[in-house]
Design a protein. Sequence first.
Length: 273
Amino acid sequence: MIEEIRKNFIILKQEFYKNYAGSSHIQEFLPLMSSDSFPISKTHLQKLIEFAESNPIYYNSFDMKINDISCRIYEGDINDYWINSLKHDSSYQPFYPTWILSAYLLALSSKLLGYEKLIDIGSGDGRIAYCGSITDLETYSIEIDESLVELQNKIQTNVSLNFRPMCSDAMEFDFNSIHLSRPEFFIGGLPQQGEMLAKNIISKIQKTNLAKESGFVLAGTYSKKQFSGNSSLGGWSEIVNDFKLTVQQILDVPTSWTFDQKTGTPYYFTKFQ
């Protein structure tokens, strides 16, 4: 089901890009109802819309059909949050969100791979952790930037799911404090920018009893300007090889920074061999 939705999502994104006439800083869409192209439960779709409607970064929304699929378009501005997210020495990626439906597909993939808890590190506005809660994963949203955690808390007060926003430097965070079992770590940052954070988190977990049951999701890129090494691993070949990780799955989904591209961003689901 995930692969079917993903393929249709990429096609719809390309059609949306060709026809979008707005000038907002960021934009995305959500299907309004389940269909053959998007066989998502009505309850889950409502939860995704709930997040978008509760998120202050979106200042406008309107309904339109894309390839005969009824969708709601969301337009937003993240300039202030983007600038604020750069001020921390241990912030490895400025705030630029994946799309909400992409976050849902990523979280659902973790659920289907058998993970029980989702820890979103460098979580931005908390959308991946929130989507993890939709799929009944126990989620933790860890973000170093105070303004983004404040944004998450505003969203949290208006949604029906708890995604546990936490203001903390993940490099210093004590993961034993949240009693993990079969955790999936989503590590923010594209290759080169996020390598130090990824190395810190993976090496920290490698030294614990959680190593064999943990997963790590890394956001890759197809742009050769943003990585060196084996392009088949989206820029993460050094990390994968050094830690002897195996790739369980690759999910290519739309993100804000790939809106004008034919492909999305490849997310690599990995674990220790």
